[in-house]
Write a protein that binds this ligand. Structure first.
Ligand SMILES: Cc1cc2nc3c(=O)[nH]c(=O)nc-3n(C[C@H](O)[C@H](O)[C@H](O)COP(=O)(O)OP(=O)(O)OC[C@H]3O[C@@H](n4cnc5c(N)ncnc54)[C@H](O)[C@@H]3O)c2cc1C
Ligand code: FES
Length: 337
């Protein structure tokens, strides 16, 4: 049986099959709602159920609390309509014509960028046309159906290969394999491109980019795309890490200032004294910008950093809801392991 979903803002309306989440049905109807992990972990897809009922599905309590559920909020990546519903997302745009595909790829090159960061270059099948937007991510599909998400670190004009920056997780199944046993020429499968974290090219707002650790990966894709476009919008790029070796492509980021005259790069270290900026990366943004109401902000990295940035940029600096884009690097839910 199918159910009708009415979606605000924009008065959209579409059908959802019984087993489809609100997000899946919206994407299938060509509508893009904010989302990240698609796994009930990051909270990016949170919205309001205005009429009707949904089954909330499995999600992390941190992404949606009991109190929020009681208030009528839901995570659209896990919520399935139980009848006709009316829902409200933070924003709704047309998804465009980029196709999500499941493809094989070959590990072309492995390069250690830091002790705990590996750059993987994936070569795509020559016969496939793989299109993506700067900043999106892919899911690596493991043999038993589990998935692991990684952001694309290169720009779309160079889509014959994909670059990933993989941070090693203690006890991590996939990232452990990457650092210990992965060999060049290994064949992987992936699904993508995924996510709503990508450069909005139709906007004229000045851009603030905030990366934490390997959150630099999609930001690199965005900056390389901006260079390719010759983007004139001012860009301030903050990259936060604990210590200096965490800024694993610092020289590259410094070189961007020469190539893109509107770009300013601010590296920030939290755990090492140095001549540059210290403290938490979102704090550095708060120190530099008294008002973000006319800006567009892209934040990527650890969930706690993304949450702190979202809350403080909105409440203390007037950043509009629809001008904040983020990917939080959550882990796959235990049920997906
Ligand atoms: C949209 C998106 C994009 C991402 N892009 C990147 C990227 O570009 N680069 C990158 O390095 N990472 C990225 N990540 C994070 C990455 O997906 C995970 O690090 C990866 O899935 C870990 O896989 P694993 O198999 O090694 O670890 P798993 O085997 O899944 O987990 C390892 C261990 O960590 C534990 N764990 C679970 N949650 C946490 C937590 N929050 N903190 C600490 N430990 C935890 C688990 O219980 C388990 O014991 C992204 C995540 C998302 C959602
Ligand atoms: S919680 Fe729904 S996209 Fe992350």
């Amino acid at each position: 049986m199918s159910h009708r979903i009415s979606l605000q803002p924009g008065n959209h309306s579409f059908e959802a099959d019984d087993d489809q989440t609100v997000l899946e049905a919206a994407l299938a109807a060509g509508l893009l709602l904010p989302h990240g992990c698609r796994d009930g972990a990051c909270g990016a897809c949170k919205g309001r159920v205005l009429e009707g009922e949904v089954e909330h599905g499995e999600h992390s309590p941190g992404a949606l609390s009991e109190a929020e559920r009681a208030e009528g909020l839901a995570l659209f990546c896990c919520a399935k309509p139980l009848g006709d519903v009316m829902v409200q997302a933070r924003s709704v745009t047309r998804a465009g014509d980029i196709q999500v595909k499941k493809l094989p790829c070959r590990v072309q090159k492995l390069e250690r960028l830091a002790e705990d960061v590996m750059r993987i270059e994936l070569k795509l099948p020559a016969s496939e046309n793989f299109a993506f937007r700067a900043g999106q991510y892919i899911d690596i599909l493991l043999a038993d159906g589990q998935r692991r998400s990684f952001s694309i670190a290169n720009a779309p004009h160079d889509a014959r290969h994909l670059e990933l920056h993989v941070r090693r997780i203690d006890g991590g199944r996939f990232t452990g394999h990457v650092f210990e046993t992965m060999m060049e020429k290994e064949i992987l499968r992936f699904e993508g491109p995924l996510g709503s974290f990508f450069l909005r090219e139709d906007s004229a707002r000045p851009i603030v980019l905030v990366a934490g650790g390997t959150g630099f990966a999609p930001i690199k894709g965005i900056v390389e795309h901006a260079i390719r476009l010759g983007l004139q919008r001012p860009i301030t790029l903050y990259w936060g890490a604990r210590r200096r070796d965490g800024l694993y492509l610092d020289a590259l980021a410094r070189a961007w200032e020469e190539v893109l005259p509107g770009l300013r790069y601010v590296p920030v270290l939290s755990d090492e004294a140095w001549a540059g900026r210290g403290g938490l990366v979102h704090q550095a943004v708060l120190e530099d910008f008294a008002d973000l109401s006319a800006h567009e902000v892209y934040v990527c990295g650890a969930p706690a950093m993304v949450d702190a940035a979202r809350a403080s940029f909105h409440s203390e600096r007037g950043l509009p809801e629809d001008a904040f884009f983020a990917d939080a690097f959550t882990f796959a839910q235990p049920s997906a392991r």
